[in-house]
Design a protein around this ligand. Structure first.
Ligand SMILES: Cc1cc2nc3c(=O)[nH]c(=O)nc-3n(C[C@H](O)[C@H](O)[C@H](O)COP(=O)(O)OP(=O)(O)OC[C@H]3O[C@@H](n4cnc5c(N)ncnc54)[C@H](O)[C@@H]3O)c2cc1C
Length: 391
C-alpha cells in the first residue's frame, strides 16, 4: 500500500474546505484535499450568488483570493427590510465607510479558490475520488481509497450539508426540513438598485433581491425566492414573462419591471447541525457542521469564521511542535465556535418562523419589533455590525 503523509487532510473542497486548505498551506502545513467531484473540469453548475460580509472578505483577502474577486464583486451599501406594512432601512454609513458586504457569483469564487489551490506547492488536491474509510488511532488518522492510503495528524470534514463523513464519524445530527425551496435566478430590472439589498418577508417565505453588476446595460439583481416546496416547483415551471410578472406582484414596484438574465435553480431548505463537531482526530466545519436557512445570507460567512479559528489553532499548535489532532485543540475549537453557530442557527430559524406567522398578535408584535429597531439608538448599528461579520 503506497502511503502519502500530510499534516492535515480535508474531505470536501467546496467554498469552506478550499478556503481552509489555502490558509493552512500558506501557514506552511502540508495539506491534502479530497473532493468527490472532478474539480479540474469546469466548476459545478452553481448559479447562486453569495453575500460576503466585510469580515469574510477579510478572511478571503488573507488567502489572496479577495483581491482577484473584488473587480467582479458588487458592493452592498444599504439593506431594506420590507414586510406587508413596514419598511426598515440600514445604511453602511451608520457603522463605517466600507460597504456592508459584497455580492459575488459562486462560480467566480469557486474558480479563484481552485486556481489558488493549484498554485500552492504544499497543497495536493485529489479529485474526483471516493474515499472508502477514515480511521483514527493514537498517532494519526488515515483515509483510504482503492488500495491507497493518506495519513495525517488530523482530518477536517467539509463535505457540505449532506455530509456522509459526519455521519460515518458517528456524530449526532439534528435536522429539520423547512418544507420550503429557494428558487434562485438573476433578473434585470428597469430601475437602479443603488447598491441596495432588499429582504422582503412574505407569508410564504422570504424573497431577497441582492444587487449585482449591470447586465447588458440593465441594472441586475440576484433573486432568492423562498416558497413552500410544491409552489416552488410551479414557480420554476412558469414561462419567463409569467415568472417576472408574479415576482413584481410579490415584490412591488421598488425596482420596476423584471426580466430574467440567468437560469433558474431550486435548493430545498433544511437546517442541519452536528453535535459535537469533533471526534478522534477529526473535526467537522462549514455546512457539514451547520447548514442553515439562507434567509439572512450567512451560511458561508459562518463557515469562513470556522476556517479562521481552526487555522489559527492549527498554526499555534504547529508553532509549538504539538500534535495537530490533539483532543484538547479540537474541544477548544468546538467550544469557541459554539456561541456564533448556535446564535446564527437560532436567528435564521427564528426569523423564518416569525415572518411566516399570520396570527394577528404575532404580526403586530413583529411590526412593533421592526419599529423598535428603527427607534432605539444603537440597535441598528449593532444589527449592521453583525451582518458585516464584526463580533
Ligand atoms: C439558495 C442559497 C443561498 C445562499 N446564499 C448565501 C449567502 O448569500 N451568503 C452566505 O454566507 N451563504 C449563503 N448560502 C450558504 C452557502 O452556500 C453555504 O453555506 C456554503 O456553500 C457551504 O460551503 P461548504 O464548503 O461547507 O459546503 P459545499 O459548498 O456544499 O461544499 C461541499 C464540498 O464537498 C464535496 N463533497 C461532498 N461529499 C463528499 C464526499 N463524500 N467526499 C468528498 N467530497 C465531498 C462536494 O463536492 C463539495 O465540493 C446560501 C445557500 C443557499 C442554498
Amino acid at each position: 500500500m503506497r502511503q502519502k503523509n500530510s499534516d492535515i487532510i480535508i474531505l470536501g473542497a467546496g467554498l469552506v474546505g478550499a478556503a481552509l486548505a489555502l490558509r493552512l498551506a500558506q501557514d506552511g502545513l502540508q495539506v491534502t484535499v479530497f473532493d468527490r467531484q472532478d474539480l479540474s473540469a469546469k466548476p459545478p453548475n452553481d448559479h447562486r450568488t453569495t453575500a460576503i460580509s466585510y469580515g469574510s472578505s477579510q478572511i478571503l483577502a488573507g488567502v489572496g483570493v479577495w483581491q482577484k474577486l473584488l473587480p467582479k464583486a458588487q458592493p452592498i451599501r444599504a439593506i431594506q427590510i420590507l414586510d406587508a406594512t413596514t419598511r426598515l432601512d440600514f445604511d453602511h454609513r451608520l457603522v463605517r465607510a466600507e460597504p456592508m458586504g459584497h455580492i459575488i457569483e459562486n462560480a467566480a469564487l469557486r474558480l479563484e479558490l481552485r486556481l489558488a489551490m493549484a498554485s500552492q506547492k504544499n497543497l495536493q488536491l485529489i479529485s474526483p475520488i471516493t474515499l472508502q474509510d477514515l480511521k483514527a488511532d493514537a498517532g494519526e488518522i488515515t483515509a483510504t481509497s482503492g488500495g491507497k492510503s493518506w495519513r495525517a495528524a488530523a482530518a477536517v470534514i467539509a463535505d457540505g450539508r449532506q455530509s456522509v463523513w459526519r455521519d460515518k464519524l458517528g456524530l449526532s445530527v439534528r435536522r429539520h426540513d423547512y418544507g420550503q425551496t429557494a428558487v434562485i435566478a438573476n433578473v434585470t430590472h428597469a430601475l437602479p438598485h443603488d447598491d441596495t439589498a432588499f429582504e422582503c418577508f412574505l407569508p410564504a417565505g422570504p424573497l431577497a433581491l441582492l444587487p449585482m453588476p449591470d447586465w447588458r446595460g440593465r441594472p441586475q439583481s440576484s433573486l432568492v425566492w423562498t416558497e413552500p416546496k410544491n409552489r416552488a416547483q410551479a414557480l420554476q415551471a412558469l414561462a419567463a414573462d409569467e415568472f417576472c410578472a408574479l415576482l413584481q406582484e410579490r415584490f412591488g414596484d421598488h425596482l420596476g419591471s423584471f426580466a430574467i438574465s440567468g437560469p433558474r435553480q431550486a435548493y430545498p431548505l433544511d437546517i442541519v447541525y452536528a453535535t459535537p463537531v469533533y471526534a478522534a482526530r477529526a473535526v467537522v466545519i462549514g455546512d457539514a457542521a451547520h447548514g442553515i436557512h439562507p434567509i439572512a445570507g450567512q451560511g458561508l460567512n459562518l463557515g469562513l469564521r470556522d476556517v479562521a479559528l481552526l487555522a489559527d489553532l492549527f498554526a499555534q499548535q504547529a508553532a509549538r511542535g504539538m500534535d495537530l489532532g490533539s483532543p484538547l485543540l479540537l474541544a477548544d475549537y468546538a467550544r469557541r465556535r459554539s456561541f456564533d453557530t448556535v446564535s446564527m442557527q437560532a436567528a435564521t430559524h427564528g426569523l423564518n418562523w416569525l415572518f411566516g406567522q399570520k396570527a394577528v398578535p404575532i404580526t403586530s408584535a413583529r411590526r412593533l419589533g421592526l419599529r423598535l429597531v428603527d427607534a432605539i439608538p444603537g440597535l441598528k448599528p449593532a444589527f449592521i455590525k453583525r451582518a458585516m461579520g464584526d463580533f
